[in-house]
Design a protein. Structure first.
Length: 336
């Protein structure tokens, strides 16, 4: 948090204001007045820095928007507890340094309530800055998602047939195929499943992993018609992971990249492993053995960069990419 100037200016100003409000403006200036001003400054530093540390801790423990209520409750309770302990400590320290306690025992509660004023003042400053920062970030993210969706739709219109037209054409083609040609019928049905998913998901920012994997199965089945046993796809999905969300077509695009950039033959089959971990911070990963096609230009990784950019707009969790020991792996965070 870049709050250097807020602290440099705010701490002395709050210290002077609190001293004037509760002790009045000094009528004369001497060493005793200076000591009281310095001790007041020390009080402000102790309360400010302690509550600032508490705010940063709570923000780190509860960073998400849906955790705001819990964070505010715990943050307030922790600030009150810290201020109470600080009041006792300051009373003892004042007696040690200046020979008299800051207040008599009967006035400790009043002193504690007085110190809650700068406590809530500091907390309000940081909470306001944090709230407006989060609001601005969420607004910018929503705007970026909207722009990306519009751009994606324009690009799709420029380079693709209308999926509705193609989907209807597939249904017509299926009716024309001889019923005895079961393999051709199955291929057309799988192709129709692929485009049905494209139609249903193109206006969504996320879909469940279970929906994406059902689409991936139909997509892989199309390619296995061509590659047969030279394409091996295996899934290990943890229980409950299917309810997590992913960006639509993201898992499919990773498999498409594996097919596009690697040679596939009976001597060198392509092996793709899909894994998904459950839990709040789970990931779905797509891994394949690396066997680059010869005679092709180096990949520009436009598809992978597109996935990374989409996820950056959806979650602070990063997309993880590893290419080592002959295995290329991309891990996508499961969204809530």
């Amino acid at each position: 948090m870049n709050d250097k100037w807020i602290r440099i200016i705010g701490i002395p100003v709050v210290s002077v204001i609190m001293h004037v409000v509760f002790a009045g403006w000094p009528q004369h200036y001497d060493a005793d007045t200076g000591r009281h001003f310095l001790f007041g400054l020390f009080i402000t530093v102790l309360l400010w820095e302690g509550n600032r540390a508490n705010f940063l801790l709570m923000r780190r423990l509860f960073p998400h928007y849906d955790q705001t209520a819990r964070r505010l409750v715990l943050q307030t309770l922790a600030s009150i507890a810290y201020t109470f302990v600080a009041t006792l400590f300051l009373n003892w320290l004042h007696e040690v340094l200046l020979g008299v306690p800051l207040c008599v025992k009967g006035e400790l509660l009043h002193a504690f309530l007085v110190k809650l004023a700068p406590t809530f003042m500091v907390t309000s400053v940081y909470e306001s800055v944090y709230f407006f920062g989060q609001w601005k970030e969420n607004f910018q993210r929503s705007e970026a998602l909207a722009r990306a969706a519009i751009q994606s739709e324009l690009e799709a219109l420029q380079r693709q047939l209308d999926p509705h037209f193609l989907f209807n054409s597939l249904n017509t083609l299926s009716a024309l195929i001889d019923d005895t040609n079961a393999e051709a019928q199955r291929y057309v049905e799988q192709l129709a499943d692929v485009y049905r998913y494209v139609l249903l998901s193109r206006d969504k920012s996320t879909v469940t992993l279970a929906e994406e994997l059902a689409f991936v199965e139909a997509y892989v089945a199309l390619h296995k018609t061509r590659f047969r046993d030279d394409l091996l796809v295996e899934q290990h999905i943890a229980p409950g992971a299917g309810q997590g969300a992913v960006a639509p077509l993201s898992v499919q695009m990773l498999i498409e990249n594996a097919l596009k950039h690697n040679s596939i033959s009976p001597q060198s089959p392509l092996r793709v492993l899909l894994q998904a971990e459950g839990g709040a911070a789970g990931y779905v990963s797509v891994a394949n053995n690396v066997q680059p096609k010869t005679g092709l230009a180096t990949s520009t990784k436009v598809g992978l960069r597109n996935i990374i950019d989409r996820y950056r707009l959806l979650t602070p969790q990063p997309v993880l990419v590893h290419n080592e020991a002959g295995l290329f792996t991309v891990r996508l965070p499961l969204l809530q």
